[in-house]
Design a protein around this ligand. Structure first.
Ligand SMILES: Cc1cc2nc3c(=O)[nH]c(=O)nc-3n(C[C@H](O)[C@H](O)[C@H](O)COP(=O)(O)O)c2cc1C
Length: 381
């Protein structure tokens, strides 16, 4: 793929060969995966989240994929032919490898790939000074190992503890405290991954930027449960009949994740954002770029493509190259030339045009799918 045009971009002061990263998830859980990812052409990777607490995953599968029968209505996690991916569902915890395992590997990977961007995702609690020191220990260790940036995981959806993961990201005070603690020791840009479960993601983003973060990454997975099997009457994923809230990713979350992103990029048009959720092609990534994102990240699609997404990254890169080629006459030669172009198109409902009285058809113009005949109209509105 040497004949591709220059797709490089700068994000949080870091040069990226291309704006496409693997998100923190199984594709980035090991040195060998990360090496394979860079060989395949990813511009950057965010490591699987690294913490200091011991991690024991549940019995059985940590991730399943929700599929819909082609042309049918059965929605199930059963792997089968003639079905289409709707979403991933996972209740995987952060990396079960300790910090000491990661450090030499981060150093080796960065030395081998100086031109690619290595971001370490880290997580600790927030309920005590000791927990805040954990954030600082993690930050110092990964930046000494050579990472280009850190991403604070304030969005893991499977936390029982009230001072961890998404429970931090739902509280602007805890969010600021954690970012400020990290800022006190960080020499590299701080990205913060927020949860879409926050009641106001704009408030969270404001707190994060105010405390010194360089970028917000969004979305992490949305809180979700697996469907119940109509035969066994059990959740399709369960251990001894029990399940817990997990996270939904993949195609189903793209529109929801775009909505979260639009709220934030409108509130903070001069800030930097990394878009995540449901991306598997350049067309998907384009929606995030048009809202103002400077990079995008991929998890589910990469998992289902040889575990690290060689075909996905090829599509993203060639798709962007073709897009730039198609739009060269507009003077678009890099992401900066079209980034944020549709940010202003999301407006309050009252600002959407209504037809004049004579032309009023109440939205039934095209035999609108999902609606019965326009009775109100027939009755002479
Ligand atoms: C199996 C699995 C494990 C994940 N683990 C992490 C994690 O350790 N840290 C994190 O910040 N996000 C984690 N995520 C969330 C992803 O990074 C991403 O935000 C989410 O899946 C949405 O992107 P997607 O639609 O491309 O999957 C995980 C996602 C999946 C599917």
């Amino acid at each position: 793929m040497t004949d591709l045009p220059d797709l490089s971009t700068t994000f949080t002061g870091i040069r990226f060969e291309n704006p496409f990263l693997l998100a923190s998830a199984p594709p980035t859980e090991s040195e060998s995966n990360i090496n394979r990812a860079f060989e395949a052409g990813w511009g950057g990777v965010v490591t699987k989240t690294i913490g200091l607490h011991p991690v024991d995953n549940v019995v059985g599968p940590k991730t399943k994929f929700v599929r819909l029968d082609d042309g049918g209505s059965r929605l199930s996690m059963a792997k089968r032919a003639d079905s289409t991916l709707l979403a991933s569902w996972n209740w995987e915890l952060i990396s079960d490898k300790p910090l000491e395992w990661w450090i030499p590997r981060l150093t080796t990977v960065k030395r081998a790939w100086p031109g690619r961007v290595l971001v370490a995702s880290i997580m600790a609690g927030s309920g005590s000074d000791e927990e805040l020191r954990h954030w600082q220990t993690l930050t110092s260790a990964v930046q000494d190992a050579g990472v280009d940036a850190i991403e604070l995981n304030l969005s893991c959806p499977h936390m029982d503890r009230v001072d961890m993961g998404a429970n931090i990201g739902k509280d602007p005070v805890l969010t600021s405290v954690v970012v400020a603690a990290v800022r006190a020791v960080a020499r590299v840009p701080i990205w913060v991954k927020l949860t879409p479960a926050a009641s106001s993601i704009v408030e969270e983003a404001g707190a994060v930027f105010h405390a010194g973060a360089s970028a917000v990454s969004s979305s992490n997975t949305f809180p979700a449960l697996p469907p119940i099997d109509p035969e066994t009457l059990e959740f399709e994923v369960n251990v001894d009949g029990r399940v817990s809230y997990g996270g939904l990713g993949g195609p189903a979350i793209l529109p929801q994740s775009l909505a979260k992103m639009a709220e934030m990029t409108q509130a903070f048009p001069d800030r930097e954002f990394s878009g995540i959720g449901g991306i598997s092609t350049f067309d998907h990534a384009l929606s995030y770029f048009m809202l103002g994102c400077g990079t995008v990240q991929v998890a589910t699609a990469a998992m289902l493509d040889h575990a690290i997404g060689p075909n996905v990254i090829t599509d993203l890169r060639t798709g962007m190259a073709e897009f730039l080629d198609r739009n060269a006459d507009r003077g678009w030669h890099s992401l900066a030339d079209f980034r944020g172009l549709r940010r202003g198109s999301v407006v309050p409902h009252a600002r959407i045009r209504r037809p004049d009285a004579a032309g009023y058809k109440g939205g039934y113009e095209d035999d609108a799918e999902g609606y019965a005949a326009a009775e109100a109209l027939a009755a002479g509105r």
